[in-house]
Design a protein around this ligand. Structure first.
Ligand SMILES: Cc1cc2nc3c(=O)[nH]c(=O)nc-3n(C[C@H](O)[C@H](O)[C@H](O)COP(=O)(O)O)c2cc1C
Length: 195
């Protein structure tokens, strides 16, 4: 049997990959340039290659069109206005109307606690796939779990069956207007190596 040398890890393609992983940032401010629908569908398809225990494929992706986005914006106004008044509602609606693309990711519900945890973890991994795929194409995104993602009126707009699935995230995407800085702890703070 011939022994093959392990592949080199000092490659440009690995450095490029690391740059995508480290460089991805949560984007709050987007340009209004439309993102091709085909790219987003490709990113969603790539998302489904996330690891998932028992290959349960627990996710579902809802890609919103203009009409459903407008209904979400009205709901955003209603939620914020009810809590903080009309002016705050209008302000937030205005901010959200600048989010070019909307995808909602849900996870199927499970009676089994362990399976539910694993399915949720898989959905989070799928979202990371999606965000990284978009980032590599120059498209930024933001994962939010704000109040709207737990609101029954939101489920009605999207067509979510709340008895069978729950929202893992609402993702906004678009070409970044501003890319913020971020920091992370060093490896020494997060890694324990055992003998
Ligand atoms: C499960 C989850 C929920 C999040 N929800 C929100 C949110 O509701 N609002 C928000 O501003 N950011 C939200 N974020 C984005 C984080 O704030 C962001 O990832 C963090 O600030 C680190 O920035 P980075 O993504 O650029 O590394 C969420 C991220 C995750 C993973």
């Amino acid at each position: 049997m011939s022994k093959k040398a392990p592949p080199s890890y000092e490659t440009q393609s690995l450095r490029d990959f690391a740059e995508v992983v480290r460089g991805r940032r949560t984007i709050n401010l987007f340009l209004q340039t439309p993102v091709p629908g085909e790219l987003v569908r490709e990113a969603i398809e790539a998302a489904t290659w996330a690891p998932n225990h028992h290959v349960t494929e627990p996710w579902h992706f809802y890609l919103l069109g203009r009409e459903s986005i407008e209904r979400c914006l009205d709901l955003c106004f209603d939620i914020v206005a009810a809590k903080k008044g009309q002016d705050a509602g209008k302000f937030k609606r205005g901010k959200w109307s600048e989010k070019p693309g909307w995808v909602v990711v849900t996870c199927r519900r499970s009676e089994d606690e362990l399976l539910q945890r694993e399915d949720y973890a898989a959905c989070a991994a799928a979202i990371q796939n999606l965000m990284l795929y978009l980032w590599k194409a120059g498209v930024g995104s933001k994962w939010t779990t704000g109040d709207i993602t737990r609101d029954e009126r939101f489920f009605d707009i999207i067509g979510i069956d709340a008895s069978a699935e729950f929202v893992v995230g609402l993702l906004w995407y678009g070409y970044p207007k501003v890319t913020p800085e971020q920091k992370r702890k060093g490896l020494g703070d997060v890694l324990s190596e055992l003998p």
